[in-house]
Design a protein around this ligand. Structure first.
Ligand SMILES: Nc1ncnc2c1ncn2[C@@H]1O[C@H](COP(=O)(O)OP(=O)(O)OP(=O)(O)O)[C@@H](O)[C@H]1O
Length: 648
């Protein structure tokens, strides 16, 4: 009953939180104590993330809280073994203990908790093997065990609901069970002895083995200690054979990569360039011939000479760009200074930025050092007059959160759009591009600033008329200046191109509102939905379904709603945001706004101006929270230097 819950909590407090938890023992009920939730006069939720709990949880304490459904003690300094009486918490659904100093084995009794849905033991010092008993947790959807000292092989899990899984940075070895190989490759990295999953080395003799048989440590590619254990002598591979297999596999892999790169280069020398560009730094034409002058490519139109292919690999080109027939000129918008002409543009060296719905985008570095982004449109079916009319409308849109269209070129064969080059790339690249060690985390202030900028850009577009919408809001269309100011790109282009170029359903699937069945029938409310998904992406750090090439994404609105329904709101946030404890309230407010935007029925979604003012208010309130808590560091990144712009 509640009295025994209270007694257990007080024992817990005196063991690990005496000076931290301001729980008043003379209160009759513990239900109003910090971090607790009660239901039907029992404690059902303990949520004490990052409050400074320290020490060992004694046995016989937590086990008394028999109605507990959620226990979150993440990011504290709890140590020692996990008490085995946790097994008495038969109603427990969510156990979050990541970011502590727990040690010892994962207690097998944990696997009696058959209601467990989420188990996060990451970033601790757990050792020993992952118990096979995990298979009893049939409802388990999340299992995070990364950054521990777990050894042995991964048991052959048969958990049908498991959607989130990570065992990276342990000491595991052997073959990754077949059912887990669909998980992201990041889930297994940092375990020198694992094989079989994407990116990991292939398991030696894999094809000869039944796919679910785990490799013994002695046969894993990097087994330590010479494979002495086991005692089974038959067919044991010699050290030489293992080395041979490993070298063979490595050489094979390198050859495959070389072949792929060659294919990609061939592709990028074609008329329309290629998406598959190496992540090359900008090249000036003068620099060791790394970039290809556009003009040269123009002369060689249609021909894929070896020289062009080779050069295009380092600095791709606007191959086959405009036939500069003298009469045609670059048309500049507004008051933009005509600092270069078509000739300059064609002589610039170019690098493919990517291939999108409307064509291929290039970064072009002009001889005078000016950098611009050039979009080469494909499938423009409308007449020249119509094109000029429509592009004039796009060019006249002038708002600080839009990527300005500076100029265009129109000829029968070629349509080019010239934009300011955004040096920090897209929000998509920033969020998902480099999750490795060298990554600078994106702080709360920067994220909300980007959200606000993007919202204002879209709000401006919507203010141009009730039938004006963007139609393709997604994180790769939110570009960033050197100060991380957001600029919306790709607006107004849908009207220029033919039906075959309407946004590829697969590439926008994760952002598309449920009512949009024809990608060309877009609306302002559909933009709001896409923006809601973008907010969820900013908050969770997860990519929406199909937003990233080669990587699975998440149906963000559905996922977030399911987590929030289970009162686990705090768990949706990107780990990088968890350090900003003082703005938790604002994070939840922004999450609520995202959910409102992604409402199923268009009429229930707010307008973009309401969205922008709600973000503004959230930012104001974060600022107040920050000022009250000036111990928390919310410093901005060091600003990198932009290349010179022609239009500053
Ligand atoms: N002005 C620009 N400055 C810097 N990078 C840009 C610029 N315009 C586009 N890019 C980058 O070039 C790449 C290709 O962009 P593009 O707009 O052609 O396609 P997309 O945004 O990937 O897809 P879609 O056309 O479906 O929106 C993207 O990574 C984008 O971030």
């Amino acid at each position: 009953d509640l009295a025994s819950d209270k007694a257990a909590l007080l024992s817990f407090r005196s063991a690990v939180g005496r000076s931290i938890l301001q729980w008043n023992p003379s209160d009759q009920s513990p239900c109003n104590w910090q971090g607790l939730t009660c239901e039907s006069s029992r404690v059902t939720v303990i949520r004490l993330p990052g409050v400074g709990l320290i020490g060992q949880i004694p046995a016989g304490v937590l086990g008394n809280l028999t109605k507990l459904r959620t226990l979150s003690l993440r990011f504290n300094a709890l140590s020692g073994p996990l008490p085995s009486d946790i097994a008495s918490l038969s109603e427990l659904r969510n156990l979050y203990l990541q970011g502590n100093d727990f040690s010892g084995e994962i207690p097998p009794s944990l696997f009696r908790l058959s209601n467990l849905v989420r188990l996060n033991l990451a970033n601790n010092g757990f050792s020993g093997e992952i118990p096979v008993g995990m298979n009893n947790l049939t409802r388990l959807g999340t299992l995070y065990l990364e950054n521990n000292k777990l050894s042995g092989s991964i048991p052959d899990f048969n958990l049908t609901n498991l959607a989130q899984f990570n065992v990276s940075n342990n000491q595991l070895n052997g073959s990754v069970p077949v059912k887990l190989r669909k998980m992201s490759s990041n889930a297994f990295k940092g375990n020198l002895g694992l094989c079989g999953a994407p990116v990991l080395p292939a398991c030696p003799g894999e094809s000869a083995l039944p796919p679910t048989v785990s490799q013994s440590p002695a046969t894993s590619p990097s087994s330590r200690g010479g494979g002495g254990g086991g005692g089974k002598k038959k067919k044991k591979l010699s050290g030489g054979a293992i080395a041979g297999i490993a070298i063979g596999a490595a050489v094979g892999f390198l050859l495959l990569m070389a072949l792929l790169i060659l294919l990609c280069r061939k592709k990028s020398s074609g008329r329309t360039g290629s998406l598959d560009v190496p992540a090359a730094k900008p090249h000036l034409a003068a620099e060791e011939g790394a970039g290809v002058p556009l003009e040269k490519e123009m002369d060689e139109r249609g021909q894929t000479s070896t020289a062009a292919v080779g050069a295009a690999a380092a600095g791709a080109s606007l191959a086959g760009a405009a036939t500069a027939n003298g009469a045609k000129k670059l048309i500049f918008f507004g008051g933009a200074a005509r600092v270069f002409d078509l000739e300059d543009l064609l002589r610039a060296s170019a690098e493919v930025l990517g291939k999108g719905t409307f064509g291929t985008s290039y970064k072009a570095v002009l001889e005078m050092g000016t950098v611009v982004a050039v979009k080469r449109l494909k499938d423009v079916m409308i007449s020249e007059r119509e094109f000029r009319e429509k592009i004039e409308t796009v060019g006249s849109m002038d708002q600080e959160n839009l990527v300005p269209l500076r100029a265009y070129y129109f000829s029968k064969d070629e349509k080019l759009l010239v934009y300011d080059y955004m040096s920090m790339g897209s929000l998509s690249a920033l969020l998902h591009g480099n999750r490795g060690a060298g990554r600078t985390p994106l702080n709360w202030e920067t994220r909300t600033g980007i959200a606000l900028g993007a919202a204002r850009g879209i709000e401006y577009l919507h203010s141009q008329g009730s039938d004006v919408s963007h139609g393709n809001i997604k994180s790769s269309n939110i570009l960033l200046t050197k100060n991380y100011d957001a600029r919306v790109s790709d607006f107004g282009l849908a009207a220029l191109v033919g039906p075959s170029s309407s946004p590829n359903p697969n590439r926008v699937a994760g952002y598309r509102a449920p009512e949009v069945t024809d990608a060309r029938r877009i609306s302002q409310k559909a933009d709001v939905y896409s923006f809601g998904v973008l907010l969820l992406e900013l908050l969770t750090g997860k990519a929406p379904a199909q937003a990233l090439l080669n990587e699975e994404g998440v149906d963000l609105p559905r996922w977030v709603q399911s987590v929030v329904r289970e009162e686990w709101t705090a768990e949706v946030f990107d780990l990088e945001l968890l350090r900003y404890q003082n703005v938790e309230e604002e994070m939840v407010q922004l999450l609520q706004l995202a959910i409102d935007c992604a409402a199923q029925y268009p009429d229930n979604r707010p307008s973009m101006s309401e969205v922008a003012s709600r973000i503004e208010e959230i930012r104001r309130s974060s600022l107040r929270a920050e000022q009250q808590n000036d111990g928390v560091e919310l410093s901005r990144r060091t600003d990198p230097v932009d290349p010179p712009s022609a239009f500053d």
